[in-house]
Design a protein around this ligand. Structure first.
Ligand code: ATP
Ligand code: MG
Length: 579
């Protein structure tokens, strides 16, 4: 079996995760007319890699089982939320390649209904207004080993509670002076069932409902009822909500629904050297540690998009990670593997010299004067007399049809500083005084005749000759090992190339209290590179493979033909192989 097909077989196997198995059984039993899932972000930041897993799961299973997936903003905390976050979340989900059913929903769109249900709970004797201070409420919840203490307001009459709740809604209470609590069990071993708060006073305008409300439902109350309202069948969330499920079920049961939604929990995505917490990512943005939510080093969808990661690569990564109930940390190299694989057959090639070393070809005029008679049939080229440039036509991809381009070859070139060593390490296969010959990609074999050093002994220029008989032909009577890339000094274009390392130097940045201590000082390096002309004419946001260097994208914000800027997406290869 080829590597590709075995990978696919593996992926299909992973789709037998426990959630898909549950849904498969439900479909078989015809439990629901249609499978309905939802992706429910709170619009208090940008989406990150962890959310990608949740998006792929929720939209993925809906697609696979002929159902639909809603996008719902769980916007119950107006202080932290804003429209900009909503817009970016929608954009990010679409960019990943998913489309939600109908319009996006908002928990705030259900505030009237949620209020009516809160009143219903009061009328049923299942909720009461508590006038204790937040500190008292906290203290009286008890602890893991100790039952809670009932509030003195717990047994107030339905009428009293209705009046007080109405007063809350009318703005008669300051924040913290009154809350509505579910009346469940102050001795429950599950702290979430010790009369959880379901409504609180917040004198705060809301980005969707304006000044209409000064009381807002708590997430734990809004979430199950929003699910029920939308006819969600499988409410998929991360493991930390497992302890909240009894309250989820309590709320659904007390309000009463014909087809109750069911919550299932799966493990969060954790990736080494990566933060997946909106709150902590926001700190990086607010403190200008990064250039914004879309800094290419950020694990946000916006950052990964600007970095050049592909939606296909991210989805492939999520499939490989799979869905389980076991917490684990995924190797970052698996993500890079998926991204790299998605780029192999989709990006045009080009030559860029990241750390330029000047090479002067001392026999250029003489050698190219005979180029036409000496070239191999496979070489397609033309010589421009005024600029003394040999233009070589080359395909943009070795085996996928992506058109072709002309590459200028001139008397003065740049090669990479790393491709010439005065004292090469063992096994070095590029240029050195002992091995002066090498093939220049797409053109002649070059032989270094002299290196010029500065006062520190650093090589600053090479003098070299080309063998006129090697334009597309093997050299006579000898084998020349190795191929290097190069760019014309006169026709190449200066470009800024941003090289990236992990943003964090520690494996688990979330374990470090002060995020500054976890940062990698080398996460960004800007190089003054020189690139072949075809690369700078590309639109912003175009991905390339720079030969021998890796995959790069013209930056969506800063790149223009006049000031080219490229971001490194991922290196060319890695010894890493997914299990
Ligand atoms: P954060 O702590 O970053 O704010 P969150 O869970 O509070 O994350 P939400 O906007 O509430 O963020 O999450 C929307 C959905 O994405 C939820 O269903 C949540 O379970 C899921 N999700 C968030 N982080 C991850 C993660 N690391 N792995 C998988 N799913 C996640
Ligand atoms: Mg949350």
């Amino acid at each position: 079996m080829s590597e590709h097909s075995s990978n696919n077989a593996q992926k299909d196997e992973q789709k037998n995760d426990f959630i898909r198995n549950i849904i498969r059984d439900d479909v078989k039993a015809q439990k629901y007319p249609q499978i309905v899932t939802r992706f429910p972000p709170e619009p208090n930041g940008y989406l990150h890699l962890g959310h990608v897993k949740s998006i792929c799961l929720n939209f993925g299973v809906a697609e696979e089982f002929g159902g639909v997936c809603n996008l719902r903003f769980d916007d119950t905390n107006p202080t932290a939320e804003k429209q900009d976050f909503i817009d970016n979340i929608e954009n990010d989900v679409r960019w990943l390649g998913f489309e939600w059913a109908g319009d996006a929903h908002h928990a705030s769109g259900y505030f009237d209904q949620l209020y009516a249900w809160a009143v219903q709970l009061i009328e049923q004797g299942d909720a009461y207004v508590d006038l204790q201070s937040p500190e008292q409420i906290k203290e009286n919840r008890g602890s893991f080993n100790e039952a809670g203490t009932a509030s003195p307001h717990r047994d107030a009459s339905v009428e009293e509670n209705l009046t007080l709740f109405n007063d809350m809604k009318a703005g008669k209470f300051a924040e913290g002076k009154a809350v509505l609590r579910a009346k469940i069990d102050m001795a429950s071993p599950n702290m979430n069932l010790r009369d959880p708060v379901i409504y609180r006073v917040m004198h705060q305008a809301h980005h969707q409902t304006g000044d209409k409300w000064c009381i807002y439902p708590m997430y734990d109350f809004a979430h199950p009822l929003s699910d029920a309202l939308e006819g969600i069948t499988h409410s998929l969330c991360t493991l930390e909500f497992e302890d909240h499920r009894p309250f989820y079920d309590w709320a659904i049961e007390k309000i009463g629904f014909d087809v109750p939604p069911h919550q299932y929990e799966f493990s969060r995505l954790n990736v080494d050297h990566t933060l997946t917490s909106k709150r902590k990512l926001k700190q990086l943005v607010d403190e200008n540690i990064v250039s914004g939510w879309d800094d290419p080093r950020m694990p946000t969808i916006a950052g990964m998009r600007r970095r050049g990661y592909t939606p296909e690569g991210l989805r492939d990564f999520c499939e490989r990670v799979g869905v389980t109930k076991v917490d684990s940390v995924v190797d970052f190299r698996l993500l890079e593997f998926s991204i790299r694989q998605s780029l192999e057959t989709t990006t045009a090639r080009g030559m860029a010299v990241l750390k330029p070393l000047k090479v002067t070809i001392t026999n250029f005029a003489e050698a190219v004067s005979s180029w036409e008679s000496q070239k191999a049939d496979s070489v397609n080229a033309r010589f421009d007399d005024t600029t003394q440039t040999l233009w070589l036509t080359q395909p943009n991809h070795p085996n996928v049809d992506m058109g072709e381009r002309e590459i200028p070859f001139t008397e003065t070139l740049y090669i990479d500083q790393g491709d010439y060593e005065i004292e090469p390490p063992a096994g070095y296969k590029r240029l050195s005084p002992e091995k002066p010959e090498i093939r220049l990609r797409n053109t002649y074999v070059l032989a270094v005749t002299e290196h010029i050093t500065d006062e520190n002994g650093t090589v600053v220029e090479l003098k070299a000759t080309i063998d006129p008989a090697t334009l597309g032909n093997n050299p006579e009577g000898r084998k020349v090992k190795g191929v290097i890339h190069w760019v014309s000094a006169s026709q190449g274009v200066p470009a800024t190339v941003r090289m990236y390392e992990q943003l964090f130097s520690v494996e688990d940045p979330s374990s470090v209290a002060d995020v500054h201590q976890a940062l990698n000082p080398n996460s960004l390096t800007e190089l003054n590179a020189v690139v072949e002309p075809s690369l700078v004419n590309a639109d912003a946001g175009t991905r390339f493979q720079f030969e021998r260097e890796g995959y790069f994208i013209s930056d969506s914000e800063d790149h223009s033909t006049d000031t080219p800027v490229f971001n490194q997406i991922v290196s060319l290869r890695d010894s890493y192989k997914p299990a």
